[in-house]
Design a protein around this ligand. Sequence first.
Ligand code: PSV
Ligand code: MN
Length: 388
Amino acid sequence: MSELSAVKAALASQTIETPSWGYGNSGTRFKVFAQPGVPRDPFEKLDDAAQVHAFTGVAPRVSLHIPWDRVDDYAALAAYAKERGLTLGAVNSNVFQDDDFKLGSVTHPDAAVRRKAVAHLLECVDIMDATGSSDLKLWFSDGTNYPGQDDVVARQDRLAEALATVYARLGDGRRMLLEYKLFEPAFYATDVPDWGTAYAHCLKLGPKAKVVVDTGHHAPGTNIEFIVAVLLREGKLGAFDFNSRFYADDDLMAGAADPFQLFRIMHEVVRNGGLDPAAQVNFMLDQCHNIEAKVPAVIRSVMNVQEATAKALRVDAGALGAAQRSGDVLAANAVLMDAYNTDVRPLLAGIREENGLRPDPVAAYLASGRQERIAAERVGGTQAGWGA
Ligand code: PSV
Ligand code: MN
């Protein structure tokens, strides 16, 4: 696709979901640096998310994380979001911060602990019913630290049983998104370490179960775009958790470490129909802003995803196909590189202006004075954090 009007139409159909935890304080196991103006509760997180949407025009959903975003009345939280032009997106479960889960949650050798974990996952489905969220996002820290610690296949069996219980509880139009991660906090064998394991479970579960590709969850050098292409081919790509990594699960701003990789991923998305709303790929961010100001960092991340998407849309598919069919390796590669090296920022700035937005959302947000306002207003209370 390279026709400008088609590129614009495709860009207009893409929305990006931002993570509630990206607005809170975060850090490493060494230090969490608090920042002025950080939200004290899920409502203030939505206020921040609404700013990202207001300045970019393409971030209308917010992912929740339970228990970090626990409130008494989820319908009220959804209504609060709606008043600000937002909807509540994926509900992220958390079965990794309770002492009982030291040896695992749904794969724990003790059935009582497994029941506790499943109860939490079912609570998340109840929350989806109250918020109107369609996606349940499951990430399990489960795994072992030492060879021989537990039986690998028994743990897969326990996982499959738990997933089937939760899957059976999903209502119409609801989905289960299963996320994989190579390592951390388990250091020897994570129970859902890779896309193959996630795919195998999702395939058995049925059409409501799809795989989440978190771009930070692979071994260095992994060809993530290949995974994306194969999952799309199988109709099993449910969502992205976008972020950047230099080393492990660094959770830096999407597109910061390797914009070319993000472009290659988006090229496979575009090439394989993943941008079509009918494909229902949820483009989410999952990242933390440990040292940089959070709202502008989320805005920058949204822009980076948009830029990679716009470049992918600029790939001349006709020329690429012709070069591929004739075996012209250099020409095929040149088509991709031409698109990657296109400066799409003027195109995106123009689209924003056509939609009544400022061309540079980060500059516009910083000039609005809002960052200083929230720093002055949000004093007292307990700043939101990732609960670690
Ligand atoms: C795990 O590292 C993960 O990527 C999962 O998506 C969690 O829900 C999220 O991070 C929490 O930050
Ligand atoms: Mn993630």
